[in-house]
Design a protein around this ligand. Sequence first.
Ligand code: AMP
Length: 292
Amino acid sequence: MARVRADTADEPTIVADPDRMHRDVLAARGRGRRVGFVPTMGALHAGHVSLVERAATECDDVAVSIFVNPTQFGPGEDFTRYPRSLEADVAAVAGRGATWIFAPHADAIYPPGCATRIVVDGPARRFEGELRPGHFSGVATVVCRLFLAVPADVAYFGAKDWQQTLVVKRMVRDLGLPVEIAVCPTIREPDGLAMSSRNAYLSGDDRTRATALHESLVLAERAWRAGEPVTAIEQTMRKHLASRGVAVDYAAIVDRESLEPPSKPPADAVALVAGRLGSTRLIDNLLLPRRG
Ligand code: AMP
C-alpha cells in the first residue's frame, strides 16, 4: 500500500550524531509513523535509489545511512579509494522519499578503543566469507550498530549482495533484533551489468568485459532450465568468464538459503559469481527458477 508522506520537503535532513538519529526515529515511530532504513556506503546509484523508493512506498519515513565501513575491508582492499560523494548522494535521494541521511563519523560508530565484534557463522562461511576473511564480521558489526542508531521497523537490502542478505537475516534472527528485513531486486545497467559503486573503477575495456558476469548467469539459468547437472553448469560459467578475461573467484550453483550444494529437486537455487578485472573485483548472482 502506498503511503502518503506528511511533510513534502524534498531535502532530507542530514544527521551525523547517532543519538540524535535514534531520538528522531523513535519520535517518528511514537507518532505512529512506520520507519524504513536503507544502509549504504554511499556513491549512490540507481540500485540504492530503488531501495529508497521501495522503502518510501512502504513506510512513512525513510533513513538512508552513508558510512564507508572500515571493518568490512580487508588489508589491501579498496577502503581508501572507495568513492565518497556526500553532496551527490544527497542529491541522488532528494525527492525520492528519504527523510534523513545518517552520515556518522567513524568514531561515532566505533568509539576509540572499541573491542566488540559480531561474528556470524553459517551463511557467512563460504564464498565471500572464505575469500575475504573478516568481511562479514565487519558487515554484521556495522549493521548491528546502525540498527541500534536507527531503530526502524524495516531495513532494505539489495539481492545484489545475496550472501550478505543471508548473513544479516541470520544475525537478526539469532540476536532477536526487532527489525524486519526486506530484500529488493538487483538493478542493472542496460547491458546487464549489476549496478555497483565499484563499477566506477572499470576502465573502457574492463567495463566492456564486465558484462561477462551477468552473461555467465544467463547461461547458467538456461542450462539449469534445460536440466543440466550443476557441475556442468558451473564449468560453463567459468569457461565463459575466462574467455572474456575475468579472473574467476567462484562460479557456483547452490541452495539459495543454505549456500550448500542444491538438494535433489525441488531446489530453490541461486547462481553466484565473483571475479576480477584488473584490480576491480565484482560479484553478481541470479535466483534460479525451481526445477523438479
Ligand atoms: P553498498 O553501498 O554497496 O554497501 O550497498 C548498499 C545496499 O544497496 C546493499 O543492500 C546492496 O545490496 C544494495 N545494492 C547495491 N547495488 C545494488 C543494485 N545494483 N541493485 C539493488 N541493490 C543494490
